[in-house]
Design a protein around this ligand. Structure first.
Ligand code: LLP
Length: 428
């Protein structure tokens, strides 16, 4: 994925240096902007979708919009009919619809959907709400009844599967806030028996992120299969799909290779065997696997400060742009676009007024100098998506290197006036 040729960074076969010069020029001329920016690769995006289709034929994918929600990205995923959208808010639903996703290919997840969001989903006739609690099931029923319609729902179950991942991104354990417990599931069935305004179309479970092999998915599939047997017995009905959630992992440390770190070898066959006679669709909801390698964050070294045993490199990107290192102690590669001779130990920090604004601690990097361009790798997933205006820093421009080599804006740099628009509108 990342390589060097004559000390120049190559990203998936593309030399980064000439690109940077072009982007710098575009941003300066069109927007008088000189700061950091996100760079996405259409080629990598397309490849990631193709990998999933190849490794998991006969399966369906619902792209986890939260990982990289830029509408330009959604528009490029949408034409592929094997991909729908997994949304978690009214805002994401709006994006997915604007990007052209058929509502029949949109599912709506999330532990605390608002009434307005439920109404929105019902009005748009989305494929299903992934229901996380009995309270929510009753809410959806009441709202559907008010509209004299039937809402399509899937139960999001909590299979209590242990996965080996970071504590902040496990979701399938009983103690987590996500999904319905065994007792909720049985209660849900009782409610469905009497309901005229709810139709059960699926079962779903998402057990966590950063998974690297089939084992937890197989356990989850078995669990959903058993629950489906109960549904058939109790409700005498079929469902249209089961969804095993997202979670295909990415090894952020690995620079070489094609970035396929998940072991797909027996996933498709094992899951296929479990649902062999069920005659239903099996879905996955990948986010990171598609988005992480698709994007890099381009940033420049502002200053270098000598400290005992290390140098502090202050860069122009900050925690408000990419918060993963600060929030999850996540590792992202930091790569010089033009590599200098020699190495040093660096703390790489942003300019925000917080000690936690640190991208890397005591990291050995090729020698840096002021104004050097750096690429922060595997930053496409939960990067721009989790950005904020903290410290009143503008949201960064997002650019796409199109498959034909052209550079396109997917988001222009936010201006100060845009950042303050709602405050101006308040006429305070
Ligand atoms: N489906 C559901 C119901 C989810 O909650 C998630 C992610 C996904 C699919 C997609 O998972 P993925 O394929 O991306 O692992 N901000 C954290 C990740 C949080 C993931 C939350 N749920 C990070 O930056 O690592």
């Amino acid at each position: 994925m990342f390589d060097y040729k004559e000390e120049r960074l190559i990203w998936h076969g593309v030399p980064v240096n000439p690109l940077i010069t072009q982007v710098e020029d575009l941003l300066k001329k069109q927007f008088n902007y000189t700061g950091p920016f996100w760079l996405y690769s259409e080629k990598i995006l397309t490849e990631r979708l193709a990998i999933l289709e190849k490794e998991l034929p006969h399966f369906h994918f619902y792209y986890s919009v939260k990982s990289l929600p830029n509408i330009g990205i959604l528009k490029r995923i949408q034409p592929n009919k094997n991909f729908g959208a997994d949304v978690v808010s009214g805002g994401e639903l709006y994006r997915a619809l604007k990007a052209g996703f058929d509502p029949k290919r949109i599912v709506f997840a999330g532990v605390g959907k608002t009434e307005a969001e439920i109404e929105y989903g019902i009005n748009e006739k989305i494929r299903a709400f992934h229901v996380e609690s009995i309270a929510e099931l009753k809410d959806i029923e009441r709202i559907a009844e008010g509209k004299k319609t039937t809402a399509h729902i899937a139960f999001r179950l909590n299979p209590d599967v242990e996965v080996d991942t970071h504590k902040h991104i496990t979701t399938g354990k009983e103690e987590n806030k996500f999904g319905m417990s065994e007792a909720d599931f049985l209660m849900g069935i009782t409610i469905l028996k009497k309901s005229k305004h709810l139709k059960l179309v699926g079962l779903q479970a998402h057990i966590g992120s950063q998974l690297f092999d089939a084992t937890p998915y197989i356990k989850t599939a078995q669990y959903l299969h058993d629950k489906y047997a109960i549904i058939q017995k109790e409700l005498s009905q079929k469902i249209d799909y089961v969804s095993l959630g997202g979670g295909f992992g990415v090894k952020y440390e690995r620079l070489e290779g094609d970035g396929i770190d998940f072991d797909f070898s027996n996933l498709g066959a094992s899951i296929g065997a479990i649902f062999k006679d069920a005659n239903l669709e099996v879905h996955f909801e990948p986010g990171r696997f598609i988005a992480a390698p698709t994007g890099i964050l381009m940033t420049r070294v502002r200053h270098l400060k000598e400290r005992t045993g290390k140098v502090i490199a202050i860069i122009d990107a900050a925690m408000n742009d990419l918060i993963r290192p600060m929030l999850y102690e996540a590792y992202h590669p930091i790569l010089s676009v033009n590599r200098r001779e020699g190495e040093h130990v660096y703390d790489v920090v942003g300019p925000v007024c917080e000690s936690t604004d640190t991208f890397a601690t005591k990291r050995t990097l090729a020698t840096l100098a002021e104004n050097d361009w750096l690429a922060i790798g595997y930053a496409g997933a939960y990067g721009a998506s989790m950005s904020s205006n903290f410290n009143s820093r503008v949201l960064l421009p997002e650019l796409l290197l199109a498959a034909n080599g052209e550079l396109k804006f997917l988001r222009t740099p936010q201006t100060y006036d845009e950042m303050l628009a709602n405050e101006f509108a308040a006429k305070n």
